[in-house]
Design a protein around this ligand. Structure first.
Ligand SMILES: Cc1cc2nc3c(=O)[nH]c(=O)nc-3n(C[C@H](O)[C@H](O)[C@H](O)COP(=O)(O)OP(=O)(O)OC[C@H]3O[C@@H](n4cnc5c(N)ncnc54)[C@H](O)[C@@H]3O)c2cc1C
Length: 472
């Protein structure tokens, strides 16, 4: 075995830097302990690159299925450093590809099976958290998607119609009238809403850090501070040694663009968030969200929020620019203009929050494949597996990906390995500068469309054309 420098213990500066990653990291009850890095070459059965939800759920189900299997997770920073420790905490049955597109590609039965698997997954996350003692504030209160202008209301109606044509009943998705919706979410301009029970709010960092401890307890070896340089069939080259493995799983999501050979597989796309200070009881009562519902409205440039266990609103949105060459830099997590826009949007929804202080501002990259279609797969011939491209809907989907990857690696054929997203491959993103021009033009068009819809109440054709261009 080749030995390299002994792992350094992280100092207080490193701990502070990790705490600043998000409100969620900042409110972890325990110190952000950093595990030792790889200390030389290693032989295992399965090597997993990335300790976010995807990597850790895969490790979890592998260890559960076969406790004797030697599994190593290799993480450049610390568990949850990526989107998994920074997201909006919607553990939902949402899937980035629309149901109608799934039906067109795979048929109605396949779409239905995937939908049921995703609905079940929301419960599975809660069940594992309870079983393993992960106190991630899991609360299944559903999602309220507000319609705040006539165009949004029209989209809500269309969505229900489409859902009904696919066999989705009232129990899974229903249209609420204005007063019923306002009873749940005390926002302004509410004309109605869509409600689905298939979502839980979670504290994302507690979930990912708890998962990391759980997999270690089950015998998985988790190496942090271990940047992976290359992934090959049967081996992973890191800065601290080479790991040989029968199976190698790439679980690096938005960061995949930095790995050789994967530069145009997904783009790192920034979503940004803020958290308010704890809000007084009477103002919280006005805002509602009493049962842990997550909320948004039906604008094109996605927004998302939840009420945290300590009485804040954690709220985020898309719209930050895509950075040329798929660059990822710590500075991109904090975009002053975007953070003020997100704050303005929050106050527009809840004027009661006008004087409320924002205590945390952060963001991070999520991953988008060119066809906007998440995927999971394992190539038996090369022993290479992957999952990702979840866009902004990965908190629950990663669990399904982890279960599926564990089965695929173990050579098990089950209901998950037969789902329609398994083995899907997107085409690559365009080379620069086309990628930069295309993505940022579409982003701007979505913002313009939202403003026009708000003014006129009429659905924007521009947004439709742009989403076709980006997603198709
Ligand atoms: C601000 C924000 C809000 C979001 N809100 C929601 C939400 O409310 N609901 C929802 O469902 N989804 C949401 N998402 C998306 C969701 O968080 C992700 O889909 C999910 O966390 C992806 O998990 P992952 O494990 O695949 O990737 P990540 O959590 O990004 O993990 C990838 C890991 O790989 C490591 N890594 C990368 N490169 C290397 C390398 N070369 N060597 C070693 N390690 C490496 C990284 O450090 C990282 O820890 C949001 C995302 C963001 C950014």
């Amino acid at each position: 075995m080749r030995t390299v420098n002994a792992p350094r213990t992280p100092g207080p500066e490193q701990e502070t830097a990790y705490r600043q990653l998000s409100y969620w990291f900042d409110t972890l009850p325990e110190p952000v302990r950093q595990r030792p890095g790889l200390a030389g070459d290693l032989d295992v059965d399965v090597a997993i690159v990335g300790a976010g939800y995807t990597g850790l759920w895969t490790a979890y189900y592998l260890a559960k299925t076969d406790p004797a299997m030697r599994v190593a997770v290799l993480e450049r920073e610390t568990a949850g450093f990526g989107a998994s420790g920074r997201n909006g905490g919607w553990c939902s049955a949402l899937f980035a590809t629309s149901p109608s597109k799934l039906v067109r590609s795979y048929g109605k039965t396949a779409e239905q099976s995937l939908r049921r698997a995703l609905e079940h997954t929301v419960d599975e996350v809660g069940a594992v958290a309870a079983e393993e003692g992960i106190d991630c504030h899991y609360r299944k209160g559903g999602t309220v998607m507000l319609a705040r202008n006539a165009a949004q209301l029209q989209r809500a109606r269309q969505e229900v119609e489409e859902a009904r044509s696919l066999g989705v009943g009232d129990a899974d998705l229903r249209l609420l009238g204005g007063s019923e919706a306002r009873e749940l979410v005390g926002a302004t301009q509410v004309l109605g809403a869509l409600y689905t029970p298939h979502c839980a709010s979670v504290h994302p960092a507690r979930l990912v850090r708890g998962l990391a401890e759980t997999v270690e307890r089950r015998g998985v070896r988790l190496f942090e501070r271990t940047p992976v340089l290359e992934i090959h069939p049967g081996k992973v080259v890191t800065t601290r040694g080479t790991v040989r493995a029968g199976a190698v799983v790439r679980a690096t999501e938005g960061f995949s663009a930095q790995l050789p050979g994967a530069h145009r597989d997904v783009i790192p796309f920034y979503s940004l968030m803020i958290a308010t200070e704890p809000i007084e009881e009477d103002r919280l009562e006005e805002i509602g969200l009493r049962d842990g519902e997550t909320f948004n409205d039906l604008r094109h440039l996605v927004i998302y929020g939840q009420r945290t266990q300590d009485g804040r609103i954690a709220f985020g949105g898309r719209g930050a620019p895509y950075h040329y060459g798929s660059r990822i830099e710590p500075d991109f997590d904090r975009d002053r203009r975007m953070h003020s826009l997100i704050h303005e949007t929050l106050v527009d929804l809840f004027p009661a929050l006008t004087g409320t202080r924002v205590t945390h501002r952060w963001g991070g990259p999520l991953g988008i494949a060119r066809d906007w279609h998440p995927s999971v797969g394992f190539d038996r011939r090369t022993g290479l597996g992957w999952a990702g491209g979840y866009v902004g809907d990965g908190v629950a989907v990663t669990n399904l990906a982890g279960r599926t990857l564990a089965a695929l690696v173990a050579g098990v054929d089950d209901e998950n390995t037969r789902l329609c997203w398994v083995g899907h491959r997107s085409r690559q993103w365009e080379p620069e500068p086309l990628r930069w021009v295309g993505v940022n033009t579409a982003l701007q068009a979505m913002g313009t469309a939202d403003r026009a819809e708000r003014r006129s109440g009429r659905p924007s054709r521009l947004a439709q054309a742009m989403s076709g261009l980006l997603g198709g």
